[in-house]
Write a protein that binds this ligand. Structure first.
Ligand code: GLU
Length: 483
């Protein structure tokens, strides 16, 4: 397999049909294109495939560009950046498609068809009845030139179809999947231009990939069945098809195709929940790609990925999307993130807590970040810092607070804390170790009741840190409750 990665004129494109949100699969395609372009010093192009007017969603393109930008995926050419190959919206290129469609008609590779939707339905119904494959039967191929001219003059609605040759083996080599062959008899006479004058995906995609000098097409495997039709169009126009690389499907854990039903598929939802962009990018990069056999490190920054990404290491079989792995990876990034940047990202989750001093936020975040799979979990962990009264949970923990040893340590600690001007982690620890000496209660018997008395729970961040944030007054109040 030869992938011309070092050629300076490498040009790849991400060609979404914006539908309102960015699907995880789209992000993976965009990312692989970006990484491939960066790795090879090539250009990454954004082209908006918006020829299906029924699927148009207001603001979808702006949203897409924003999401990509916020994740660090940049484009060298596109609707915002411009470039020498624009316009980059297909809806602004209709005349171009029309021109190539005419060329296809003139050289006999395409033809006009005038069937009404009812006629086509009837055709399919009969094919089904006869147990045949339902596909357009090519009936308009038989119209004479005069008949066509006549119908056009009458203004009859029409489409333009690709004249797929009979009995040909169409072959191509996919950089990931290898050699693919298909008999042309299985291919429909694909509509190229619709009755509303808009091109179909197939025509627009081929024309643009050629005119935009795209050298490599990297996209999801679901598009592989379109390639034979595209090859016929390239041939009929006398063009070379770019290299193709179809990346494996993203699957749910049960191996079904990643779907909304089983969890979030919109990248925006992950960002909203507080998945860090570095974690998302890292996780998505591993969906169908791996750094190489024997390589155990799974943590890569976007820059590192740009250096090591190659198509050779894209796998052929489906890639399972494992939300637990994403959580694990996000937790790793949260734990290791620059604390000041983490604070910035976390502020929205502190909003309704009443905790506003940046000092407190920093201390709390440092204490709880090891527990966070995503930032939206922050409020759950804030409870212990903002509660005004302690109700042990589960309620059975209360017994432990009411035994004699516990009462003894609470009283001893209370009188030590009363003498302090303020509490910090250090002097709290010191006070507790003095209590241990004085009372003889130690280990679990000492620490567990203290934790429950101060937080209501058996586990959580380090107690001296919590004590520092609670402050003298609250500690006294909480200990006092059980004495
Ligand atoms: N517009 C197609 C999409 O929505 C592009 C497929 C391709 O990359 O050719 O994904």
């Amino acid at each position: 397999m030869s992938i011309k990665e070092n050629q300076d004129s490498i040009r790849v494109r991400f060609a979404p049909s914006p539908t309102g949100y960015v699907h995880i699969g789209s992000l993976r395609t965009a990312l692989f294109n970006y990484l491939f372009a960066k790795h090879s010093g090539g250009k990454n192009i954004l082209r908006i495939e918006d020829t299906d007017q029924t699927r148009k969603v207001e603001g979808a393109v702006e949203n897409l560009i924003k999401v990509m930008g916020s994740l660090g995926i940049e484009f060298d050419e596109g609707p915002i950046q411009g470039g020498n190959y624009g316009p980059y919206y297909q809806s602004q290129r209709l005349e171009i498609y029309r021109k190539y469609c005419d060329e296809l008609i003139n050289n006999g590779a395409a033809y006009y068809a005038f069937e009404t939707p009812e006629e086509l339905d009837e055709m399919r119904r009969l094919q089904q009845l006869e147990g045949r494959q339902t596909m357009y039967d090519g009936r308009a191929r038989n119209l004479s030139e005069d008949e066509v001219r006549d119908k056009l003059q009458k203004g009859m609605p029409h489409v333009i179809r690709l004249k797929v040759p009979a009995d040909r083996e169409i072959r191509f080599t996919d950089a990931i999947k290898g050699v693919i062959k298909i008999n042309s008899n299985l291919i429909d006479d694909q509509i190229l231009l619709k009755s509303d004058g808009f091109p179909t995906y197939h025509l627009a995609n081929v024309v643009d990939d050629h005119l935009m000098n795209i050298t490599h097409i990297i996209r999801g495997e679901e598009w592989i069945t379109s390639v034979p039709k595209h090859i016929l169009i390239y041939e009929a126009l006398g063009w070379h098809a770019p290299e193709m690389a179809h990346v494996p499907l993203i699957l749910n854990k049960d191996k079904s195709k990643l779907s909304k039903r089983q969890g979030d598929v919109a990248v925006e939802d992950y960002l909203k929940k507080g998945y860090l962009k570095e974690a998302l990018i890292n996780f998505i990069s591993l969906l169908g790609w791996n750094p190489g056999e024997g390589e155990e490190n799974e943590f890569y920054s976007l820059d590192e990925l740009c250096k090591i990404f190659t198509l050779e290491k894209v796998q052929t079989s489906g890639a399972v999307f494992n939300p637990e792995k994403l959580n694990w990876m996000n937790n790793y990034y949260i734990k290791n993130y620059d604390i000041d940047r983490l604070i910035e990202l976390s502020l929205p989750y502190f909003k309704n807590s009443g905790i506003s001093s940046s000092d407190d936020i920093k201390k709390i975040l440092s204490a709880i970040r090891v527990y966070l799979n995503k930032l939206e979990e922050i409020p759950i962990h804030l409870k212990i810092f903002i509660q005004e009264d302690i109700t042990p949970e589960p309620a059975s923990l209360k017994d432990l607070l009411e035994n004699d040893d516990s009462k003894k340590i609470f009283s001893a600690l209370k009188s030590k804390i009363e003498k302090l001007d303020f509490v910090n982690a250090e002097n709290y620890k010191q006070a507790v170790s003095e209590v241990q000496k004085e009372t003889g209660v130690k280990g679990k018997n000492l620490f567990k009741p203290l934790r429950i008395a101060l937080t209501g729970s058996e586990n959580g961040p380090e107690l001296p840190l919590i004590a520092e944030i609670l402050g003298k007054e609250k500690i006294l109040k909480f200990l006092g409750k059980w004495i």
